[in-house]
Design a binder for this molecule. Structure first.
Ligand SMILES: Nc1ncnc2c1ncn2[C@@H]1O[C@H](COP(=O)(O)OP(=O)(O)OP(=O)(O)O)[C@@H](O)[C@H]1O
Length: 578
């Protein structure tokens, strides 16, 4: 990633940037006029030159104003550039291929949107002006110094060249250190996100100290890279400072003797001295600008990495059929990286029928759901709806026709109403009430302090596990799907909620095709067909009684109650409002 990449970032904002840089340049130009005025005043005046002092004061005031305007414009442009980058990143992240989330670390991706873009803003708003105005003002100052006294200038340049050589030799290392620092921060955020995301487990396992140590190590890595960068800067800055102070000393020594020998006037010496002090600002600016630019290039390459991650393939354009949906898995093979998970799976779900998918943990049931949702694509074979490969459908419209109730039932931050209407924002209150009763949520709504408008907290913390499951089910039913994918809760349900679940399943089965990952005998018995999945293959299909008669594996599943092998954590306890 080079400086051109950074320049490309400013596309669409160049006018604002040009305006800002111009304002800053004008301000610097006005600054350069001041020594000239001083020189004229000193060399020609015999008494206090009031008009010149007034002109200088006016110049100072105008310079300060123009400088302020330029600064504001720059900051604004920086913010707007970063807004664009952040929007693009967020849009990309929300559309990445699901498989990418297996490879990437969430916290690191998040730090690219927050931390790295902040560095980019600094580059746009600070480094750009530092480099452009620093270079131009520096060049202007140099020319004026040359005009005032070429001999003195030659002396000054010797010290400046020494400083420039030191800076140049360190720039590359500064960039590497900057990049390492950004990566370190990314890794630390990733670890922190992982630990806070599983805080209950962390505490239950008494792992706070281990996590503190691990996250601390990542912070230390970022710190070490920051210190490396500081070390480089600390060599660069004094070198420059030394050169600048040295040049001032040279100006005084050499210039003083030249004035004594009448080779130059006092006005010349004063103007030159002023220019030499003025040179410090653009020179330091350029130096800081180069440092920031190096950091910015590191940040930009991390941002660009996200921009290059593959997004979901949304090439299908055909709208899904309007009539009742049927679903067919036709010889579907699927692997996660090198690991085959589905191996020639075939089964069908007729319109408005109820099919239960059963099998041991790891058999591939959730993967089958993921293929229906098009989170992943089959490696061979196809998933069809009413005879058409679902890849031909517009993904957006296809997902609008189906609903998924996941095992971990995510609830989003917001009110209960927001959560319920998340997939169908136009739901009326009448529909809402109907589904609430169906999912046995009426009692919960009555108990919550602000009813439907009660905030549920981050990830629905204010709800119990069972309540979250019912909210997820109600959310799915509200979309009036043509195909409902339901990963039945593995946790124990009390009889009232078990009945509610069955009521909802029966209701859904009348309205749409229903594919349930079943963990309960009661759900399995009600199914029109049971598909037994074992090690990625369908080993039997039929009704409960038929399968019991013909399939030993199914018999062993039922007898050993293996269908509920994960029946362990009942989270039906919730904080507050009980
Ligand atoms: N993102 C992934 N990357 C790699 N392997 C995965 C991924 N997701 C699942 N697997 C593996 O694929 C296999 C099938 O997983 P899947 O979640 O489909 O099983 P399942 O039948 O739904 O199990 P369970 O009933 O425990 O939820 C498992 O062995 C799992 O380890």
């Amino acid at each position: 990633m080079n400086a051109l990449g950074l320049l490309r970032l400013t596309t669409g904002h160049r006018r604002g940037l040009a305006l800002a840089v111009t304002a800053t340049l004008v301000a610097s130009g006005l600054g350069l006029l001041q020594p000239q005025l001083l020189r004229t005043a000193v060399d020609s005046a015999v008494s206090v030159p009031w008009p010149v002092i007034a002109a200088m004061a006016a110049l100072f005031a105008v310079q300060a104003c123009v400088d302020g305007v330029g600064l504001f414009l720059l900051e604004r442009t920086g913010e707007r550039v970063v807004l664009g980058v952040r929007r693009r990143l967020v849009a990309r992240l929300l559309r990445l291929r699901m498989a990418e989330f297996d490879e990437q670390r969430l916290g690191d991706l998040m730090s690219r949107v927050s931390v790295d873009t902040t560095v980019l803003r600094e580059v746009v708003s600070t480094a750009s002006v530092q480099l452009i105005t620093g270079t131009l003002t520096g060049a202007g100052t140099v020319v004026l110094m040359l005009l005032v006294d070429p001999v003195l200038f030659a002396w000054v340049m010797t010290t400046v060249v020494v400083a420039a050589v030191v800076v140049y030799s360190l720039v590359g290392r500064l960039r590497t250190a900057g990049e390492q620092m950004q990566r370190g921060v990314g890794e630390m955020t990733a670890e922190l996100e992982r630990a806070l995301g599983a805080l209950r487990t962390v505490r239950a396992c008494r792992a706070e100290e281990r996590e503190e140590e691990l996250i601390g190590q990542r912070a230390e890595q970022a710190c070490a890279a920051g210190v490396r960068a500081a070390r480089i800067t600390s060599v660069m800055s004094p070198a420059v400072e030394l050169a600048l102070r040295g040049s001032l000393l040279v100006v005084l020594l050499v210039g003083g003797t030249r004035v004594a020998r009448d080779a130059a006037s006092v006005g010349d010496l004063m103007a030159f001295l002023l220019y030499a002090t003025y040179l410090i600002i653009p020179f330091t600016s350029v130096l800081q600008g180069i440092g920031l630019l190096q950091k910015g290039m590191g940040a930009l390459s991390r941002v660009a990495e996200v921009q290059e991650l593959p997004v979901e393939d949304l090439s299908g354009t055909t709208p899904p059929p309007d009539d009742a949906l049927s679903l067919e898995f036709r010889d579907v093979w699927f692997r996660y990286r090198d690991r085959p998970v589905l191996r020639g799976v075939s089964f069908t779900v007729e319109p408005r029928s109820h099919v239960a998918l059963v099998g041991l943990s790891g058999a591939g049931k959730s993967t089958a759901f993921a293929l229906v949702e098009r989170f992943h694509e089959p490696n061979s074979g196809a998933v069809l709806a009413n005879g058409t490969d679902i890849r031909q459908f517009s993904t957006h419209e296809w997902r609008g026709r189906i609903a998924l109730v996941d095992q971990d039932c995510p609830v989003l931050n917001g009110t209960l109403r927001d959560n319920l209407r998340y997939a169908a924002p136009d739901t009326t209150d009448h529909d809402l009430r109907e589904v609430l009763e169906l999912a046995n949520l009426g009692e919960l709504v009555r108990r919550l302090p602000a009813g439907l408008d009660t905030p549920l907290g981050e990830r629905g913390r204010a709800l119990s596990g069972g309540e979250r499951q019912r909210v997820a089910l109600a959310r799915a039913l509200l979309t009036r799907p043509d195909l409902l994918l339901l990963d039945e809760p593995t946790a124990h349900l009390d009889p009232v909620n078990e009945q509610a679940l069955h009521r909802a399943i029966r209701y859904a089965a009348q309205e749409c095709a229903l594919l349930v990952i079943a963990h309960r005998l009661s759900t399995i018995r009600e199914a029109d067909r049971i598909v037994v999945l074992h090690a990625g293959k369908v080993i039997a299909q039929g009704r409960h009684e038929e399968l019991l008669a013909i399939n030993d594996f199914y018999g062993s599943l039922v007898a050993g109650e293996l269908l509920q092998e994960r029946d362990s954590f009942d989270t039906e306890t919730s904080p507050g409002w009980r």
